[in-house]
Design a protein around this ligand. Structure first.
Ligand SMILES: Nc1ncnc2c1ncn2[C@@H]1O[C@H](COP(=O)(O)OP(=O)(O)OP(=O)(O)O)[C@@H](O)[C@H]1O
Ligand SMILES: [Mg+2]
Length: 229
C-alpha cells in the first residue's frame, strides 16, 4: 500500500430540498482513501452513508465542498464526464445485486467492459470468465440471476465490480441481504480480491466483524463522519 489518495473529499455537504424544507444530510465530511486501503463506514440508518457513497461515485452532486477521484475534481465535470471517470476508476456493489435479469452471470460481468468499449467482445468474455472463476462461480457462468442463490448473485455483483480493475470499490451494505455465513464468505472474497488486485475498498456495513478486518473504521452520525478506530 502507498499513500497516494485515490478518493478524497473536503468539507462536503449535501442538502436535500423537499418543498420548503431543507434536509441537511452531510455536514462537512472530510475523507481520504489511499491506494489499496480498506475502509469501513458504520452508522445508524438515515445518518448519510449511502448519500456519501453516491457523491463520491459522482452519481449525485454535493451542495458544497470538493471531491477528487484520481486527482480529478468532480465539481468541474458534467454528468457524462463523471460517468466516464466512474467507469474508468470505480466499481460499485449494492445491497441488492442489481444484475440484469435477462442476461447470464457471464454477460452481466462482461457488461462494464463492453460499455467501456476498449476491448473486444471476446476479450471481455475472457476477462469476465477469469473473474467469475476468482469468485468461485465458473460453473454457474451461464445461469441467469433468477437461477442463482442470493449469495451467488452477490458474488456475481462482486465480479462485475472488479472486472474493470477499478482502483476503488464502493460497497453499500453488500451483504445486508444475506445470512451471516454467506455474508462472511462474500467479505472474505472481497478482501482477498482487494489484496491480490490492490483495489481499495470502501464498505458501508452494519457487520461488526468486517470492521475488525479493515485498516480503518469511520462512523457517520447525522451527517458527520469521524474516525471510529
Ligand atoms: N433524494 C432525497 N431527497 C430527500 N431526502 C433524502 C434523499 N435521499 C436521502 N434522503 C434523506 O437523507 C438521509 C440520509 O439517507 P441515506 O440513504 O444516506 O442514509 P443511510 O445512512 O445510508 O441509511 P441506511 O443505513 O438506512 O441505508 C435520510 O434521512 C433520507 O431520508
Ligand atoms: Mg444506505
Amino acid at each position: 500500500m502507498n499513500n497516494t489518495a485515490i478518493l478524497a473529499c473536503q468539507q462536503l455537504t449535501k442538502i436535500f430540498h423537499q418543498g420548503p424544507a431543507e434536509i441537511k444530510v452531510l455536514n462537512g465530511v472530510n475523507f481520504t482513501v489511499n491506494a489499496g486501503e480498506r475502509v469501513a463506514i458504520i452508522g445508524n440508518s438515515g445518518s448519510g452513508k449511502t448519500t456519501l457513497l453516491q457523491l463520491l461515485g459522482g452519481l449525485d452532486v454535493s451542495s458544497s465542498g470538493q471531491i477528487q477521484v484520481m486527482g480529478q475534481v468532480l465539481s468541474t465535470m458534467n454528468e457524462q464526464q463523471r460517468g466516464v471517470l466512474r467507469n474508468q476508476h470505480l466499481g460499485f456493489i449494492y445491497q441488492f445485486h442489481h444484475l440484469l435479469p435477462e442476461f447470464t452471470a457471464l454477460e452481466n460481468v462482461a457488461m462494464p467492459l463492453l460499455i467501456r468499449a476498449t476491448v473486444s467482445v471476446q476479450q471481455a468474455q475472457f476477462r469476465a470468465e477469469a473473474v467469475l472463476k476468482q469468485v468461485g462461480l465458473a460453473a454457474r457462468r451461464h445461469h441467469k440471476p433468477a437461477e442463482l442463490s442470493g449469495g451467488e448473485r452477490q458474488r456475481v455483483a462482486v465480479a462485475r465490480a472488479l472486472v474493470t480493475q477499478p482502483v476503488c470499490i464502493l460497497a453499500d451494505e453488500p451483504t445486508g441481504n444475506l445470512d451471516g455465513k454467506t455474508a462472511d464468505e462474500i467479505y472474505q472474497c472481497m478482501l482477498e480480491l482487494s489484496l491480490t488486485q490492490g483495489t481499495a475498498l470502501v464498505i458501508v456495513t452494519h457487520d461488526p466483524k468486517i470492521a475488525q478486518r479493515v485498516e480503518r473504521v469511520y462512523r457517520m452520525d447525522n451527517g458527520v463522519l469521524t474516525l471510529h478506530s
